[in-house]
Design a protein around this ligand. Structure first.
Ligand SMILES: NC(=O)C1=CN([C@@H]2O[C@H](COP(=O)(O)OP(=O)(O)OC[C@H]3O[C@@H](n4cnc5c(N)ncnc54)[C@H](OP(=O)(O)O)[C@@H]3O)[C@@H](O)[C@H]2O)C=CC1
Ligand SMILES: O=CCCC(=O)O
Length: 378
């Protein structure tokens, strides 16, 4: 098995090494990856990552999901309801995800107060009935529960703990729900500062992109104060289709990073496949169709594939955020001494894509990094 593994890794990684100056895979590094893969039977055993107690609480009946092909109009259950939560809801961070999430709360009848670093992004929500406060501290002070959807660990910490950060407005009886994708260390830091005020904390990163956010079809990966999870359950149900409670703070972040690590590698592999099919004269549109009918079918391939073939990358999940998540997943793996060679190579590819100025395009634009190198080699 070891020799097969070494051979395959060799074939996989050496071309990358040849094509990218930033990718340096030597025979010895490939050997150590292969040894890690073959000697670590834990890859095939139960993972060391425990998410106990785990509870998944899907809503019923479910409106159609983003990728569902079932036509249905069951979305009316969201309309006109603030759920069981009757307090004031704050929302910090109104980017691609935060904006539709806050809008869905408003549409459901919630009393929502918004803040965003770039104030103009609040305007359409204010028009839709939201209140506005000039700082995260003011939002937290005027609301019972405050959600935050920020770009990365640095901005999540700054908005929560910085000057005029949410912590300054928190206190007993309040709750802070961070739905940004960050690492566990960041989440624990924010949790501690929030809880030191007497307030409760829940991390709740989401699976699902722009369209699921618009459709209220996100998947929440929550951890932290279970009583806050119960308090905001009806709000999560407005914004999402299911929610998982995963125990202590850090488990939600870890789950999210593992999911996005897999997603980033899948997208990189899919990109290579599209380019190889083009190169050998096989219609990549047909490839997308074939993939969609087989065992490796995934909604992501079906949704992104056709536009990737047309070299169109309308941003749903910015490439810079995917690279951030790979970076954080590598750190997570490092913290438990687990080799993740595929994710490591994938991260290098996304870094190359960023260096080509693709950061703000959809993460499917990673194919352009491969395409550019292909052209250089021709
Ligand atoms: N897009 C997607 O498909 C998904 C994204 N996520 C995660 O959700 C989070 C948000 O993603 P998304 O909405 O796409 O990202 P965007 O880049 O569209 O929005 C980022 C938000 O963070 C704010 N922000 C950035 N830096 C700072 C700072 N230093 N101080 C204050 N505010 C700051 C931005 O404010 P401003 O408007 O002023 O720039 C904006 O509100 C990320 O962690 C991402 O990984 C999770 C699931 C899916
Ligand atoms: O973090 C981004 C996730 C995007 C998705 O789940 O489609």
């Amino acid at each position: 098995m070891a020799s097969v593994c070494i051979h395959n890794l060799h074939r996989l990684l050496l071309p990358l090494s040849d094509n990218y100056s930033s990718l340096r895979f030597t025979d010895s590094s490939i050997l150590s990856m292969a040894m890690a893969l073959t000697s670590s039977s834990s890859i095939f055993r139960c993972p060391r990552f425990h998410v106990s107690p785990l509870r998944r609480t899907p809503r019923s009946p479910r409106p159609p999901s983003f990728f569902s092909t079932i036509a249905s109009s069951q979305t009316s259950e969201k309309a006109g309801k603030g759920g069981e939560f009757t307090g004031r809801v704050g929302f910090l961070g109104l980017g691609i995800m935060g904006s539709p999430m806050a809008l869905n709360l408003l549409k459901a009848g919630c009393d929502v107060t918004v803040w965003n670093r770039t104030k103009s992004k609040c305007d359409h929500l204010i028009d839709a009935g939201a209140r506005y406060e000039p700082s995260p501290a003011d939002v937290a002070a005027s609301c019972n529960v405050t959600f935050a959807m920020l770009a990365d660990p640095e901005s999540a910490i700054d908005v929560a703990c910085g000057t005029n950060g949410a912590v300054k407005g928190m206190g007993p009886g309040k709750g802070y729900v961070d739905v940004s994708t960050v690492d566990g260390t960041t989440s624990k830091l924010i949790s501690k500062q929030i809880k030191d005020t007497g307030a409760l904390f829940l991390e709740a990163p989401v699976s699902g992109s722009k369209k699921p956010a618009e459709d209220g079809q996100l998947i929440f990966l929550t951890a932290g104060d279970e009583s806050l999870f119960q308090t905001v359950a009806s709000l999560l149900d407005i914004m999402g289709k299911s929610k998982f409670y995963l125990g202590e703070v850090g488990n939600g972040a870890a789950m999210k990073l593992v999911v996005n690590m897999i997603m980033g590698s899948m997208m990189a592999s899919f990109s290579e496949g599209i380019l190889l099919s083009e190169k050998v004269g096989v219609d990549p549109n047909v490839l997308v169709e074939v993939v969609s009918q087989g065992a490796i079918s995934a909604p992501m391939f079906a949704v992104k594939g056709p536009s990737m073939v047309k070299a169109s990358y309308p941003t749903a999940f910015p490439l810079k955020h995917q690279q951030k998540d790979l970076r954080l997943a590598l750190r997570l793996a490092e913290s438990v001494s687990q080799p993740i060679p595929i994710a490591a190579a994938t991260n290098e590819l996304y870094k190359v894509a960023k260096s080509y100025g693709l950061s703000d395009l959809d993460f499917s634009a990673v194919i352009e990094a491969l395409r550019a190198k292909l052209k250089q080699s021709e």
